[in-house]
Design a protein around this ligand. Structure first.
Ligand code: SF4
Ligand code: SF4
Length: 104
């Protein structure tokens, strides 16, 4: 499992590079974010939650039951609106209140 960065969406703000606790994300010479080593990402999702343009998504592989789903997140006030795009093309939306998200 790992994050994927949509370079067309990335505006090079650097928030994800500051947020990653493993210092795995860097800005390339073209000003776009990239991950140093995909296999080092442990999926904490800090980078996703800090990206202002939802340029980062997360691959949910078969090893964790995702079977190729992709997960992305948008901030809406106190809510994190998580979208899981299933392999059949349908979306599953999960709302998490950021004020209580550490309770899960
Ligand atoms: S999910 Fe966590 S560990 Fe992986 S790149 Fe993002 S911030 Fe770093
Ligand atoms: S937080 Fe998003 S927009 Fe900013 S550098 Fe990272 S991927 Fe690009």
């Amino acid at each position: 499992m790992s994050v994927m960065i949509d370079r067309a969406k990335c505006i090079g703000c650097g928030r994800c590079t500051d947020a990653c606790p493993g210092n795995l994300l860097i800005l390339s010479e073209d000003g776009k974010a990239r991950i140093r080593e995909v296999r080092d990402c442990w999926g904490c999702t800090a980078c996703m939650k800090n990206c202002p343009v939802s340029a980062i998504s997360f691959f949910l592989g078969a090893d964790i039951g995702g079977n190729g789903s992709h997960m992305s997140v948008k901030r809406d006030g106190f809510l994190y609106k998580w979208t899981v795009k299933l392999p059949d093309g349908t979306d599953k939306i999960i709302d998490i209140d950021s004020r209580s998200s550490n309770a899960y």
